[in-house]
Ligand binder design. Structure first.
Ligand code: C2E
Ligand code: MG
Ligand code: MG
Length: 745
């Protein structure tokens, strides 16, 4: 800053005396008589043009004005002294005018401008004098090249001094090299000085001719030229301004756009994070069970897929799948309510979580079904040991809402191997093994191929069964029920068979469980009931017997829970016309004991229809004696397993004796199933059993055979009666008190 000021001072120090000298020289040398109206006109015009007719050339920092032409003209016409003073006045006024228009032009700058202008004219005048001694002879001589050369020297001198002076001043102020400032900002002004020279020359020549119209024409021509040029420059300036404005607008727009973009990107980043968060939430929900938080089936299957893929690549399958199903969960859920049911599931899930290793996976598939993947297995029996551990852990009691609840698990295991291409298949096989465990009352079963064959067969049977009802493929066989006292025919048990189109006669134990699982058991039983009742009603009418024939029809536990059952019984009784007392509905012990309180209500309703009720397979379930006396039943059917073992096992005889005694104490009749030998027959008679059925009397037979039997011989089993009368002695002393109807037969 200081050096800048120093340079400026030096510049002014050099310039000021030069300018002062020049002005003094001008004032001293001027002949005041020569100051005519022409001088005043040029002076006025110069100031006016400089102030008001200046054109700012676009893109360069130069003002175009005809004042330079007028200064040159003044030199030519009135000499350097007059021209110098006009230049000083003109520059002063022009600078002040610029400041008036609002441009921050310092006085120092105005002073520099004025001094440069003064020195410029002085130098130009001097240069011309030096070259041409005087301007007048050249002008008068009519030496055109000399004249042009003179104009050139004058214009260039003016340009040189002005441009160099301005360049030095600007260079000092902007701290840039003089040459750079001159070449970049000032050199363009040369055109103006040259055109000023030409213009002045033309004006001089016009005046020389003293032809006022010629002068006017030249002035007019330049006037028009000037105005046209000014308009052109204005237009150019406008378009430059417009372009600049557009550019500025574009820049602003771009800036705004960048701002918006940044904002948008920010928003995007924000919503991206939100999306990621909700994506994570969705993913978690899609792969986890809501109740327990364990992985769900989808997650399980995906993990299995990965393991199978890894196995294929390394040819090593070191994992196993376990499917775990809880026993009795439905009963717990139904009796204790869903809230406690859910709590139990959560507890089981926690236990599973604690039992599996970090690397393994425990999942819930819904309901009471869980899955475990055991990985990195090294020993073959690891899964079985693990399954035993799970079984033990799950079987420990649970405390739910202050109650102790028990459950245990059935587990199916399938090992990963190269036969599996689909994850679903290994899961299916573990499932099959689990069902196998359920059916066979095992805790844990490892899958083998035969199970799959059986499962497929079962599936096929399931499909076939759906058509069996429509196609009427069920056939009833009847097994005679015999009064043990006199060995006479008292009725039948209706036992269903399935006449399968390709398999032949399928026994009920092979398809009834499937019917129960698929719900087909209800329509099937209604059909059986109707057909059995109609059939027996027909036989009742045809047989002249002192006993009316009865028919026992088996009811499935699943049907027993059906709300339409009572209406269905009524409807069958009505349509068949059978006496309700002749119909005995057989329910297994487990079916009524599953939900004893509800069973009592249901049994009462059934009893209101007038039919009789037997408890089938008695002794195989876990009957509670406290309930038994509350059940409105008529008969107990002693299970075949006790009867068949009577001969060899004394204990069984005791059981049969106890059941008979119990029945008598409850005023119930007793039927013995599976009587195959005379000994059993005679034993049961001694024990006081009322009725019996078994191969000793007859196997279950089709309708035609039974009809033959009824027609042919009414006393066909009399021969089986003992020749000597037998005495029935109750041998269990603890039951003596309860036995009411002990008789001598
Ligand atoms: P259940 O009701 O206990 O029927 C008695 C079963 O014992 C019958 O087998 C019968 O053929 C068999 N049986 C009778 N006496 C003897 C004998 O002296 N020795 C041997 N070894 N067996 C004898 P079935 O007909 O195979 O029926 C099996 C089970 O299928 C029935 O046991 C019953 O629970 C069910 N069932 C049969 N028909 C129906 C039906 O129409 N509806 C329902 N829900 N279940 C039925
Ligand atoms: Mg039965
Ligand atoms: Mg039975």
């Amino acid at each position: 800053m200081e050096t800048q000021q120093k340079h400026l001072n030096i510049f002014l120090l050099v310039l000021s005396p030069l300018a002062a000298g020049a002005v003094i020289w001008a004032i001293a040398g001027i002949s005041w008589e020569s100051l005519n109206s022409g001088v005043l006109a040029i002076a006025g015009l110069t100031v006016f043009s400089s102030c008001f007719l200046r054109i700012q050339l676009p893109r360069v920092n130069i003002h175009f004005t005809i004042s330079d032409a007028l200064i040159i003209l003044a030199i030519l016409l009135y000499g350097g002294e007059v021209a110098l003073l006009i230049a000083v006045i003109e520059t002063t006024f022009a600078s002040l005018n610029i400041r008036r228009q609002g441009l921050p032009l310092k006085t120092k700058t105005i002073f520099v401008n004025v001094t440069i202008a003064a020195v410029g004219v002085f130098v130009a005048n001097g240069a011309v004098k030096l070259i041409f001694i005087s301007t007048q002879p050249t002008l008068k001589s009519g030496d055109l090249p000399g004249f042009i050369w003179l104009l050139f020297v004058m214009a260039i001198s003016l340009f040189a001094v002005n441009s160099i002076g301005v360049a030095i001043f600007s260079a000092i102020k902007s701290a840039r090299p003089v040459w750079q400032v001159w070449s970049e900002n000032v050199v363009d002004a040369m055109v103006m000085y040259l055109s000023g020279g030409i213009m002045a020359g033309l004006l001089v020549k016009a005046l020389e001719q003293l032809n006022i119209s010629m002068f006017a024409a030249v002035v007019g021509f330049f006037g028009i030229m000037f105005l046209t040029f000014r308009r052109f420059v204005e237009d150019v300036k406008k378009s430059v301004e417009k372009a600049k404005e557009a550019e500025r607008q574009r820049a602003e727009d771009a800036e705004k756009h960048v701002g918006e973009l940044k904002h948008y990107i920010g928003e995007l980043e924000h919503s991206g994070e939100e999306i990621k968060r909700s994506h994570d939430r969705f993913r978690h929900a899609a792969y986890h069970d809501a109740l327990t938080g364990l992985p769900n089936r989808n997650y399980f299957i995906d993990t299995l897929r990965e393991l199978l893929h890894k196995g294929r690549e390394s040819s090593e399958y070191d994992f196993a799948v376990l499917i775990i199903d809880l026993k009795n969960f439905k009963t717990i859920n139904d009796s204790l309510g869903h809230t406690l049911g859910d709590q139990l599931i959560k507890n089981v899930a926690n236990r599973l979580r604690n039992v599996v290793r970090n690397n393994d996976m425990a999942a819930r598939f819904g309901g009471d079904k869980f899955g475990v993947i055991l990985k990195d297995l090294s020993l073959g029996d690891e899964p079985t040991i693990f399954a035993e551990r799970i079984n033990k852990r799950i079987a420990e009691p649970y405390t739910l809402d202050g109650r102790h609840v028990f459950t245990d698990a059935k587990i199916g295991i399938a090992y990963g191997n190269s036969d599996y291409t689909e994850a679903e298949n290994i899961l299916r096989d573990a499932d099959i093994a689990m069902y196998y465990a359920k059916d066979n009352l095992d805790d844990c079963v490892i899958f083998d191929r035969n199970m799959h064959v059986r499962a497929v067969t079962r599936l096929q049977l399931e499909t076939d069964l759906r058509f069996a009802i429509e196609r009427d493929e069920f056939e009833l066989y009847y097994q005679p029920i015999v009064g043990l006292k006199n060995a006479d025919l008292l009725g039948f048990e209706a036992l269903v068979r399935w006449n399968h189109p390709t398999r032949g006669l399928v026994p009920p134990n092979d398809f009834i469980p499937i019917c129960e699982n698929t719900g087909l058991v209800v329509p099937m039983t209604v059909k059986i009931l109707r057909s059995a009742c109609t059939q027996v009603a027909k036989w009742q009418n045809s047989v002249q017997s002192k006993h009316s024939l009865s028919v026992a029809v088996n009811l499935s536990g699943k049907h027993f829970a059906h709300h339409d059952l009572v209406d269905q019984i009524r409807e069958v009784l009505n349509t068949s016309g059978i006496d309700p007392l002749s119909l005995k509905l057989e329910l297994t012990e487990s079916a009524v004991m599953e939900n004893a309180e509800a069973a009592i209500l249901m049994l009462k309703q059934i009893k209101e229809t007038g039919v009789q009720i037997s408890i089938d397979d008695f002794g195989t379930g876990y009957s509670s004696l406290s309930y038994l006396h509350r059940f409105p039943i008529d008969l107990l059917k002693i299970d075949r397993s006790f009867v068949s073992a009577m001969e060899t096992n004394v204990e069984n005889t005791e059981i049969v004796r106890t059941v008979v005694a119990l029945a008598k104490s409850l005023n119930l009749k007793v039927v013995a199933e599976g009587i195959e030998t005379l000994h059993q027959f005679h034993q049961l008679r001694i024990l006081g059993c009322d009725y019996g059925q078994g191969y000793l009397f007859s196997k279950p037979l089709p309708v035609a055979d039974i009809e033959m039997m009824i027609l042919n011989d009414n006393a066909q089993w009399r021969d089986l009666l003992p020749s000597r009368p037998q005495v029935m002695i109750p041998e269990n002393p603890s039951l003596h008190l309860h036995i009411v109807n002990s008789k001598v037969m």
